[in-house]
Ligand binder design. Structure first.
Ligand code: ZN
Length: 216
């Protein structure tokens, strides 16, 4: 299979990671971020979690630091927009996007899936497309009770070592989430195994994305 490179002749890509809640970015595309950091150590990352307070905010900072490691440049922002109410406070979140666009012009944006069943996730996806019109946008997926997984069209292969690091980081850092029945190593590994099958990954694992458009 012909493999597509995201950054050609650009050793210092600017990458914007957007997540509605603490742990969304990591669950949806943590392995891809670890791979990007490994392959582009001179990259510049801008990381935004829109809603996290108290322990969840501490976990969000700690996790972003852990996933981004020693990358050349990182800027981590954990905001306090009201969890589960994003569509009803959309104006203030849209204002945030307007400022964000002035501040950072990314080569790649990792954001929520536009058909995600969670209303906060959907709004972040919608405003991403609304604000950024000259950038590559990939939408990541998050498995959940609502059964909203679709048929993705872009895959990132992940070595076992990256898969292990992704899962270990999430399980070690997001201690507040263990009361949730689905929050365990098996669920994180299983979705990556399925996406690995779909993309013929020799390492067995992959993360999958929705790429609405790409311009060559
Ligand atoms: Zn979320």
């Amino acid at each position: 299979m012909n493999k597509f490179r995201l950054f050609v002749d650009n050793p210092e890509p600017k990458i914007l990671c957007l997540g509605a809640h603490s742990d969304d970015i990591e669950i949806g595309c943590g392995g891809t971020i670890l791979r990007l950091v490994q392959e582009y150590p001179r990259a510049e990352f801008h990381w935004v979690v829109f809603s996290a307070r108290d322990q969840r905010a501490q976990e969000a900072y700690k996790s972003a630091e852990s996933f981004l490691g020693k990358v050349n440049s990182k800027s981590i922002h954990v905001e306090k927009f009201r969890d589960s109410y994003f569509p009803y406070i959309g104006a203030s979140i849209k204002d945030y996007f307007v400022d964000l666009k002035k501040e950072f012009s990314p080569d790649l944006i990792l954001t929520h899936y536009s058909n995600d069943a969670h209303q906060d996730h959907r709004l972040i996806s919608e405003l991403t497309w609304n604000a950024f019109r000259d950038n590559v946008i990939l939408e990541y997926e998050i498995e959940k009770y609502d059964a909203d997984l679709g048929i993705p069209n872009l895959y990132v292969h992940l070595d076992e070592s990256l898969v292990h690091r992704k899962i270990a980081n999430i399980c070690e850092i997001f201690q507040s989430q263990f009361e949730k029945g689905w929050f365990d190593e098996e669920s994180f590994r299983s979705i990556m195994r399925i996406r690995g099958i779909e993309s013929n990954s020799h390492s067995k694992y992959a993360e999958a994305f929705y790429c609405r458009k790409i311009v060559i």
